[in-house]
Design a binder for this molecule. Sequence first.
Ligand SMILES: *Cc1c(COP(=O)(O)O)cnc(C)c1O
Length: 220
Amino acid sequence: MEILKERYEKLQESLPGYVTLVVVSKTHPVEKMRVVYEAGARIFGENRVQEILAKKPLLPEDIQWHLIGQLQRNKVRAILPHVALIHSMDRESLFEEIQKEAVKMQLQPKVLLQVHVAKENTKAGFDSDELFSFVEKYRNNWLPVIPCGLMAMATFTDDEAQIESEFRQVQALFERLKTEFFKHNDAFSIVSMGMSSDWPIALRCGSNMIRVGSRIFGER
Ligand SMILES: *Cc1c(COP(=O)(O)O)cnc(C)c1O
């Protein structure tokens, strides 16, 4: 258990102050999460709605829960009151559902638009054309949803040049969206990219939020 604390502290200390670390705790028990919490972590990322709902009552209330995995429309209502940020807003139909439920529940959910830059087709997200037409369509119609930036995953590969080129694409998309659509929207400020294996590359490319699991908890 002590090792978890050490790994978390070492990673946290190595990050520049503007970078937010999301501790990815999926599949790991609350006992281990508590160790990392006690070392100072307050933001935990999970990829399943059921897992957040099960773990949340067992842990301190000042934890911010981030949803990082694909969200089904029929789970939106259940999860909305419990998450501080949804990283995986990856399609228009999901946005419409989040917006509809947020209105009903009088919530202002924060979301990141997930973009697809990896080679794998299995990875979710808007490609760049879809992203621009989506943002164009909703440019004055976000409310009450708050768009806070972009999230992406790079291809699972050892080829660092490939990963770097994908992260640079994401950063370029962010800059373009920021200038063209969100210049006066301070909330639109997050680029969530980088995981255990590739976060140093992501930081070089402009990431300001990394999502790290196995490097802290060990392999799943
Ligand atoms: C699991 C997961 C992570 C963390 O992966 P590690 O390799 O364990 O750091 C980050 N982002 C997403 C979307 C994930 O599903």
